[in-house]
Design a protein around this ligand. Structure first.
Ligand code: SF4
Length: 496
């Protein structure tokens, strides 16, 4: 508790601001889609990245070898649902300089057991200290820092009795901000087409005659050559489709004690009905040969979304899109497009993901991607809007129809709360991805059959409404597991 008191005193000097949207923040497609490990972007990926940054900063200051003790303090939502979301696990892996993109997820349990048994941690893979996660990671259930509900502080003690404390905020979608740092300082690049709102995006589309994905690609060119962007976007899709495939072929129970049974494997078997396949491509052909009835396609879309989020809940490798809790929506809709709208061309896959990313970044700038700030509308709602716009553009819709689709998808997620049972990203999260995917397809179809001139609600208006709703939402429904399903389903788990 000594460590906690030290930080509380320090935070008295911290000036609070909740308004952290900066003018023309540059967000790349690879900020919106990040390869990582489940189950949560804000509670797993963000803290993992924060831990990596902290040990890196000690290394840069030549102080890593001087560390004799380390405490990690978790505040607010990270404290309340951190156990169920694997926050402590992510922090230990990050402190050890493991990378969420490449770390072999099969090794997580062994690695955690090692640290727990030995009560030792090798900081940044270089310097061993005594570390007992049961004591040195503190879940401060009744404390929050004012800037953001997802806060964590690293407190290092040195041989010369010095201490250093660094506080980080996991602000949603795996984005991390260090206290005192400008949010866009790591991404300072001048984009040819700066975009904060959907009106900005439409302006550039009108002015240049380009589609949404072409505007996005021009902006991406400010970071790297187009060829590299295309390869990296296709790599994102490779990880997404491997995740779908793996999830559709994995049985058993999800970890965490809720005893949730995996369903994607069972549904996949029913749908495939004995058709032979050995790999993703032959599986795709088998699924396409099964017809195109409404129920058949509906079942497949659900199956894709369940598969990704069952993998996510099992600490599997997923793409944050734009969060982990909502990681199944975009892959499910893109897989639907490939399988049932007849287009597996790589250009279309790139187009889909570029357009989706721009819609997500507009939501991040105008509202939030953090369930701890805005509830589930910020996760499933945003991913559904992203998928709806991308599908619409790929299906030949105009830019305005794409934005209309995004608006419709969000309009019908407004007010959606976050209340994961036992703090696990399982119930209602996994099924909720099927709903987000289906709503995206419905929103897209509605927009394709509509004239945007007659739309009453613009995408910018719905983004503002989402943010207003987030501000009004009771904090019980913001990733705390203090309300909703989390308190109405009786369980006796320690995480609760
Ligand atoms: S309820 Fe929604 S926002 Fe909350 S953890 Fe689940 S998917 Fe994420």
């Amino acid at each position: 508790m000594k460590a906690a008191c030290y930080i509380r005193a320090a935070s008295l000097f911290y000036i609070c601001t909740n308004h952290f949207h900066l003018p023309h923040e540059a967000i790349s497609v690879f900020d919106m889609f990040k390869i990582g490990v489940g189950p949560s972007s804000s509670h797993t990926l963000g803290p993992w990245r924060a831990a990596q940054r902290f040990t890196n900063s000690l290394l840069q200051q030549n102080r890593l070898q001087e560390v004799i003790a380390l405490n990690v303090l978790l505040y607010g939502s990270l404290a309340k649902t951190g156990k169920g979301h694997g926050t402590d696990i992510a922090i230990q892996l990050g402190l050890g300089a493991e990378d969420p993109v490449t770390f072999d997820v099969e090794q997580i349990t062994a690695k955690m057991n090692d640290i727990m048994d030995m009560k030792k941690m090798v900081l940044h893979g270089l310097h061993e200290i005594d570390f007992d996660p049961r004591e040195d990671i503190e879940f401060l259930m009744s404390e929050s820092l004012p800037y953001h509900p997802n806060a964590l502080t690293f407190l290092a003690s040195f041989k010369n009795n010095d201490q250093v404390a660094e506080t980080y905020y996991s602000i949603g979608g795996g984005f991390v901000k260090k206290e005192g740092e400008k949010e866009n300082s790591l991404n300072a690049v001048q984009l040819p087409f700066p975009i904060n709102t959907s009106e900005d995006l439409l302006h550039w589309c009108r002015k240049t005659g380009m589609n949404i994905y072409e505007v996005v690609m021009e902006n991406e060119n400010a970071w790297r050559p187009e060829k590299e962007t295309k390869e990296a976007v296709l790599n994102i899709w490779r990880v997404m489709k491997e995740c779908i495939y793996r999830g559709c072929h994995s049985r058993g129970e999800l970890p965490g004690g809720l005893h949730v049974k995996r369903r994607a494997d069972h549904l996949n078997k029913k749908l495939i009905a004995g058709k032979p396949y050995d790999d993703y491509n032959s599986w795709l052909k088998a699924m396409q040969s099964g017809g195109n009835s409404f129920n058949y396609i509906l079942d497949w879309v659900s199956c894709f979304a369940l598969a990704v989020n069952e993998e996510n809940a099992s600490f599997g490798r997923v793409v944050t899109a734009p969060t982990n809790g909502a990681a199944g929506v975009i892959p499910a809709v893109l897989q639907y497009y490939i399988a049932f709208c007849g287009d597996n061309h790589t250009d279309k896959i790139i187009q889909f993901l570029l357009t989706a990313s721009e819609i997500g970044s507009i939501f991040k700038k105008g509202a939030t991607l953090s369930a701890a700030m805005g509830g589930c509308q910020a996760e499933i709602g945003v991913s559904s809007a992203m998928a709806a716009a991308a599908l619409t553009e790929c299906m030949g819709g105009t830019q305005r129809q794409a934005m209309m689709a995004a608006e419709i998808a969000m309009e019908h997620h407004l007010g959606l709360t976050c209340d994961p049972i036992a703090g696990l990203v399982q119930v209602p999260c996994i099924e909720r991805n099927t709903m987000g995917a289906i709503k995206a397809i419905t929103a897209s179809q509605l927009a394709l059959q509509s004239t945007p001139d007659f739309a009453k609600v613009s995408l910018d208006a719905v983004i503002k409404t989402m943010w207003d709703t987030a501000l009004d939402m009771n904090s019980k429904y913001k990733e705390t597991s203090d309300g909703g399903l989390a308190v109405n389903i009786p369980l006796s788990l320690p995480e609760c």
